[in-house]
Design a protein around this ligand. Structure first.
Ligand code: 3PG
Length: 327
């Protein structure tokens, strides 16, 4: 596989994950426990920075314990660090700045490199080196999303991983910009929790961050009715009881936007529940890790080619679930 193909594969995987924990681990013997804590919280990737001694050993231990984990090396400043990161099993390297010599050395070894940048000139240097995926650093301190949009707007092919000052609170605003693949940060692996060996605490932060990123919300419940007459009758009842205005459509009758009476039995024994999310494709990736698969063939895409509907291959209490993209 060419390094370009590896970069595309990396971008695809990071895009599904959405969050890349930036790890500075002082105790190498904790590597496996930390990797497990991240995975248990739904995050199967990490950027292990060379700011801590023994980073290569941490990468080695994590990738050995969990071969399917996407582990990269961070703060890779020299060709020697590239070599030791690759030897340890790093699938990609990241740096805070852009050093052409180090980048070329890494790409020549067939491993993706995401240099850090925060200006138009640096983006052009990265393009010159054949890169179309970079870290944007330090994201918040450089001017946040508004600045990123202004600087990155002209570069149609470049994709970014902002890092620096990202937290669960501003994550979604970054991810909503289509040039942003994923966000990196240390907020899910705070040094206090690492020092204390609080793996459950880290798992909890990861799970909370993933849930917040996906932003699941029920938008309506669909009830299977036997025929159009029954659908209208039930909708009338919701209207008279709760004032949920009836709206007759082609295949269903809505009571306000909350409840959809199907004119004939549709997905699910009793009906379906529509759950909105910030990204259907990313939600499917994380739901699969939680044991819920997509119903093959149920995916639909909007005019921009973004997946906006998909059913799960599972019934929750007799109800099918379909994911819909938030407006
Ligand atoms: C990095 O190395 O990418 C940053 O130090 C991470 O930034 P953060 O600590 O603000 O998340």
């Amino acid at each position: 596989m060419s390094v370009k193909e590896k970069i595309d594969e990396l971008v695809e995987e990071l895009g599904y994950t959405g969050i890349v924990p930036v790890i500075k681990l002082d105790k190498v013997e904790d590597a496996e426990k930390l990797a497990k804590a991240l995975r248990d919280g739904g995050i199967n990737c990490a950027e292990v920075t060379f700011r801590a001694k023994g980073a290569d050993e941490v990468i080695k231990r994590m990738t050995k314990a969990y071969p399917d984990m996407l582990v990269g090396a961070g703060t890779v400043l020299t060709c020697e660090q590239v070599d030791s990161a690759i030897k340890a099993g790093a699938r990609f390297c990241v740096a805070p700045g852009l050093n052409p010599k180090v980048i070329k050395h890494c790409l020549d070894k067939g491993v993706p490199f995401a240099p850090g940048l925060s200006s138009a000139s640096e983006i052009e240097q990265a393009l010159e080196l054949g890169l179309d995926f970079c870290k944007f650093f330090p994201a918040e301190q450089a001017g946040g999303l508004a600045y990123i949009k202004a600087v990155c707007g002209p570069y149609t092919t470049m994709r970014f991983m902002p890092t620096g000052g990202i937290t669960a609170d501003n994550l979604n605003s970054y991810l909503a910009y289509n040039k942003i693949v994923c966000c990196g940060g240390s907020w899910i692996v705070p040094s206090a929790l690492l020092q204390a060996g609080d793996w459950e605490g880290i798992t909890k932060l990861c799970r909370e961050a993933v849930d917040k990123m996906l932003g699941f919300e029920v938008v309506h419940v669909g009830l299977n009715c036997a025929n159009p007459e029954e659908a209208e009758k039930v909708a009338d009842e919701f209207d008279s009881a709760f004032g949920f205005t009836k709206k007759v459509g082609n295949s269903s009758v809505f009571a306000a936007t909350y409840i959809e009476m199907m004119k004939k039995p549709f997905h699910g024994t009793h009906g379906h529940i529509a759950v909105a999310t910030n990204s259907v494709s990313r939600a499917l990736y994380h739901l699969e890790k939680r044991g819920y698969k997509v119903k093959e063939g149920s995916q639909k895409y909007n005019a921009e080619g973004v997946m906006n509907v998909a059913y799960l291959d599972h019934e929750f209490g007799g109800f099918a679930v379909h994911l819909v993209l938030k407006k």
